[in-house]
Write a protein that binds this ligand. Sequence first.
Ligand SMILES: C[S@@+](CC[C@H](N)C(=O)[O-])C[C@H]1O[C@@H](n2cnc3c(N)ncnc32)[C@H](O)[C@@H]1O
Length: 348
Amino acid sequence: MTDETRVDARVRAGFATQAEWCTAMGAPFLARICTILSEKLDRTTATGRRVLDWPTAPLVDALPLRLTGGLQALVRRGRLPALAAHWPPNVAGDDLDEALIAAITDADAELLPWLDGPPQTNEVGRSGVLMAGLLVIAAETGLPLALFELGASAGLNLRLDAYAYDLGGRVIDTAGAPITLTPRWTGNPPAAATVTVANRRGVDLNPLDVTDSATVERLLAYVWAEQNERVERLTAALAATAGDPPAIDREDAAGWVERRVAPTPGVATVVMHSIAFQYFPAESRDRITAHMAARGAKATAEAPLAWLRYELEPEAGAATLRLTLWPGGEDRRLAKAHPHGTWIEWLA
Ligand SMILES: C[S@@+](CC[C@H](N)C(=O)[O-])C[C@H]1O[C@@H](n2cnc3c(N)ncnc32)[C@H](O)[C@@H]1O
């Protein structure tokens, strides 16, 4: 085996594994695209050479999703009609392989920039899981909430009180809601309460501007092709957020939490995050954890502090929703949930 073939094999295996993940996550079309790329991508294009020569771990770098995001963006803007004929909502024909490889040749230069950085997403389906946690905090404190979101991305989940919900029969019928979230639910419904947001602010290393059309197209490009319901939901939430974007500061979460988060009389101060903590440097995670414990020790019933975490928990085989509420400070696992909020198993 030559060096070149050895590098190719490692990258091709990454695409094949991504195909398996897509199948497991209910995205058979994207799985087929990744399988074709794993078998047929070649070195006749700059895109092919850059992908097959990828120097670091392809899956850690989300390399397959960089390329499929670029393809989907070009399909969405009408740039690749022959490939679009196979792309959802159209039904893929037997000659998808040729159409895909021809599209890479045709749009070689336009695809290259998509390889430069990993996908950055903002999944609004996660609001259903976070809102269930806020119901618990509102019920137990009886106070309006001051929301601090870490890794807020485009801020879609920071505006979660703008959406309507049916959470296991607990209906939140928000007037004028752009989307209604109805995750598949098992277990008891969450606590009955009214969630009132007194104020909100987010932080992200790279906040996304939802009033910028290129940013919006980029976010939509990363939603998996056949998941049309997610595309529609995201489109509606993005349009609504563009009319009222929340403040999101550009910096690492740790210093921001240290400066801004403290129990305040008259509100329940809530630090929340979804599928973000794992991306923070270990030092930032430790500083945030230490700050929450130190400030939590000073919390009172009039000035409570909550830490709501919806994060992947491999030992639980899913993402989980955890809540620590001070005073008290017990760490409670409220739910297991699909990472996009598709289903929720309520444990409380
Ligand atoms: C997978 S995205 C999740 C975004 C959003 N929370 C959601 O659920 O859709 C992770 C987010 O964390 C942000 N991020 C990564 N490291 C960070 C850090 N050290 N401080 C603040 N934000 C960070 C990324 O820019 C990205 O927007």
